[in-house]
Design a protein around this ligand. Structure first.
Ligand code: ADP
Length: 320
């Protein structure tokens, strides 16, 4: 069997560990692995290279993707999908393993529909927004990176009696922000799933001031409320507090993967190759209730992941 492996969309710490796991598990089964460079764009541009177990040495502890990634609008068109499909067939690829998030999963399904070649998706995303899956590769690493940054920011917040808005990634969902808010002891988690106005936040900041809490951390998901600097100036106006903004940005996507992200990568990579060996097509591999599971991609695409409301409430409950 010839397996093509692709990393697509946003990079997530642990993708390299998953590439290593796929290449070595595949080799153990007697399968050949072709790496596709630059995500779905590389499928269209025919950027294939053979990956042997030796080619994936020394990468378990590195961030990013040795195969590189891309966002590729051409892949969303019939022409792009046709070209990708032709290239896969000319390389005699029997199975495609794609690592990525929600968008990559949709792209992989379209590819399978057009080419007839089965796919397996390894859930890899710092956004952790894939329905039916509790944890993706890279999420734990991104959470830890953000929490370490906030621990440092809090020192200044407390020393100067300041309120900090810390914007974290997550696109239009709040999973990363909520996890980070709870773990960093933030006073607020501002996430798209629980809309809140700046006026309400201002009121709560003032109430906290009255009970002796003069500094606070607002963890804001990038998809919630809007521009953090405008939010800060409005809060400054409404509360009289000293407001500061830190946008964590791309530091959350890179860096050394945590042991947890690496271990999930090893487990998911192995399962993805097993699915290919069993000819169990169009499944997405992720963690659910502490177990490695594989789910039907189409069903996952049609569902929306729910935020944990109890966890959201807990941030406020523990903020007093
Ligand atoms: P992520 O996988 O991290 O969520 P994106 O949402 O950017 O990242 O998706 C990665 C790529 O997947 C896109 O650039 C595009 O090439 C492809 N893709 C996303 N949605 C679709 C779709 N509905 N059909 C085909 N390809 C898609």
């Amino acid at each position: 069997m010839n397996i093509a492996i692709i990393t697509s969309g946003g990079d997530a710490p642990g993708m390299n560990a998953a590439i290593r796991a796929v290449v070595r598990s595949a080799s153990g089964q007697g399968f050949k692995t072709l790496g596709v460079e630059k995500g779905f764009l590389g499928l269209i541009e025919n950027l294939f290279k053979l990956l042997t177990p030796r080619d994936v040495s020394g990468i378990i502890n590195t961030g990013g993707s040795i195969l590189k990634s891309s966002r590729c609008d051409l892949f969303k068109t019939p022409e792009g999908l046709e070209k990708a499909s032709e290239n896969l067939k000319s390389r005699r690829v029997d199975w495609v393993i794609t690592m990525g998030g929600d968008g990559s999963m949709r792209g992989a399904l379209s590819l399978s529909e057009v080419s007839g070649i089965p796919v397996t998706v390894i859930a890899s995303s710092i956004d952790n927004d894939i329905a039916g899956i509790d944890e993706t590769i890279g999420f734990d690493s991104a959470v830890n990176t953000a929490v370490q940054a906030i621990d440092k920011i809090r020192d200044t917040a407390v020393t100067y009696d300041r309120v900090f808005i810390v914007e974290v990634m997550g696109r239009n969902r709040g999973f990363l922000a909520l996890e980070v808010a709870l773990a960093s002891g933030a006073e607020f988690a501002v996430i798209p799933e629980h809309p809140i106005t700046v006026e309400e936040i201002a009121k709560r900041i003032k109430q906290m001031g009255e009970i002796g809490k003069r500094s606070s951390i607002i963890v804001k998901a990038e998809g919630a409320i809007g521009d953090p600097f405008q939010m800060a100036s409005k809060l400054r106006e409404l509360t009289g507090y000293d407001l500061r903004v830190t946008v964590l940005g791309y530091i959350q996507r890179g860096g050394v993967p945590t042991a947890r992200s690496r271990n999930l990568a090893c487990l998911f990579g192995k399962r993805a190759v097993e699915l290919a060996a069993e000819r169990k097509k169009n499944r997405i591999v992720g963690l659910k209730d502490g177990q490695v599971v594989d789910l039907n991609i189409r069903e996952v695409c049609e569902s929306i992941k729910k935020i944990d409301d109890e966890k959201y409430e807990l941030v406020s409950i523990l903020a007093i």
